[in-house]
Design a protein around this ligand. Structure first.
Ligand SMILES: Cc1cn([C@H]2C[C@H](O)[C@@H](COP(=O)(O)OP(=O)(O)O[C@H]3O[C@@H](C)C(=O)[C@@H](O)[C@H]3O)O2)c(=O)[nH]c1=O
Length: 181
């Protein structure tokens, strides 16, 4: 696994280290030792998958509130997404900053989302499948989110979203969270 820390401390782009031969390649998606060596949480409580039929489907920006914070590793297994994390740690030098990266079945990149970050993505292709390795159980009462187009975060989404769930459209702006996280 190839680890590259992003400009947001603790958030990593991770690439599958492809060991190639005439059949194709083999690589690790998850290795407790390698993650630990980079100081990353290795508990996994759930492995989730989402499938989006249409290009331009936006999901996010999501996080779970304390004490049910989660970190997660995101892998696009089919199609492509623009994947985004937002630093919600009030004492961080990169508080409210975001980082985005294209993940695809083709490029074999993953994004490690630390706790106290919001996460979301937009699909860049039809029929896109995304897997999530998550360190916490889904806890509906702790579920929370920030509006995808919050002005103060100002994420440069690569395309205009066409499909967003009612729940995601109804999330408030970031300002309503600043005191609570
Ligand atoms: C996240 C989750 C949802 N659900 C249920 C709740 C709901 O009925 C249905 C769909 O949930 P959502 O609308 O929240 O799905 P979605 O909008 O795809 O949520 C996902 O978005 C991306 C950005 C993430 O980072 C993920 O962790 C997750 O929050 O699945 C579970 O049963 N277990 C889970 O772990």
């Amino acid at each position: 696994m190839i680890f590259r820390e992003t400009s947001l401390k603790g958030a990593f782009e991770i690439e599958v280290n492809k060991i190639e031969d005439e059949r194709g390649f083999f690589g690790r998606l998850w290795c407790e030792n390698e993650l630990k060596a980079h100081g990353l949480n290795v508990d996994i409580k759930q492995i989730n998958v989402s499938f989006s039929k249409k290009k331009g489907t936006l999901r996010g920006l999501h996080f779970q509130k304390p004490p049910f914070q989660e970190c997660k590793l995101i892998k696009c297994t089919k199609g492509a997404i623009f994947d985004v994390v937002v630093d919600l740690r009030p004492f961080s030098p990169t508080y409210k900053k975001w980082h985005g990266v294209e993940l695809s079945g083709e490029n074999q990149k993953m994004l490690y989302v630390p706790t106290d970050f919001a996460h979301g993505f937009i699909t860049l292709e039809e029929n896109t499948e995304v897997m999530f390795f998550v360190s916490q159980f889904y806890t509906p009462q702790a579920e929370s989110g920030i509006k995808w187009n919050d002005d103060s975060i100002n994420i440069k989404w690569p395309l205009k979203p066409k499909i967003i769930s009612e729940k995601d459209s109804a999330f408030p702006d970031f300002s309503s969270f600043e005191i609570n996280i």
